[in-house]
Write a protein that binds this ligand. Structure first.
Ligand SMILES: Cc1cc2nc3c(=O)[nH]c(=O)nc-3n(C[C@H](O)[C@H](O)[C@H](O)COP(=O)(O)O)c2cc1C
Length: 168
């Protein structure tokens, strides 16, 4: 059965909450195994087992947290083994203009270097414009998480899982 891993570095828990909502949405898609794993339980070599990989980090100084960067750097040892897998990224920030897109793009950049097929965060047909966060390159939220952020995260998870199920 196709499988998806959702994991993220999270120091104060916000990004982890998004990861859980992404996982919840992904689990709604039939025929996909979804693991939402704590960051300290995942090593770069585990990624090889999954068809879809959804990685997240808080924004730290406009980029990803050093812990997530270290994890990404470790994936050099599985270079060539992630080709053709589906990838997606998410982040949380303190501020509205806090660097969410640059953080997401640095995750996406690594995924592209691995030859992964990156899925963005298209506007949900169910959401009205006031509600939508406009992730564009991946899922993003800032400030206190709202019900809408969590709904959007579930939608993102469902969407990535749907793409994985179509491709596998
Ligand atoms: C070292 C550090 C750097 C940060 N840099 C930024 C930043 O550049 N922009 C921003 O909006 N928030 C920044 N923040 C705030 C975090 O991105 C934000 O609180 C995030 O939601 C925390 O996620 P977590 O609860 O998963 O750890 C920073 C926080 C820390 C600790």
């Amino acid at each position: 059965m196709p499988s998806i891993l959702v994991t993220c570095y999270s120091r104060t828990g916000k990004t982890k909450i998004l990861a859980e909502s992404i996982g919840k949405g992904a689990k709604e898609v039939d025929g996909i195994d979804v693991d939402v794993l704590a960051f300290n339980r995942v090593s770069a070599s585990d990624l090889v087992r999954y068809d879809g990989i959804i990685l997240g980090s808080p924004v730290y100084f406009g980029g990803v947290a050093a812990e997530l960067k270290e994890f990404i750097d470790d994936t050099t040892f599985v270079r060539g083994k992630l080709v053709g897998k589906v990838g997606a990224a998410f982040t949380t920030a303190g501020d509205r203009t806090g660097g969410k897109e640059t953080a997401i793009l640095s995750i996406v950049q690594a995924m592209l270097i691995h030859g992964m097929i990156v899925v963005g965060d298209p506007i949900s047909p169910e959401a009205n414009n006031d509600e939508h966060n406009g992730g564009h390159y991946g899922l993003a939220a800032d400030g206190q998480l709202t019900e809408n952020d969590l709904r959007q995260a579930e939608h993102f998870g469902r969407y990535v899982a749907t793409v994985v199920s179509r491709m596998c």
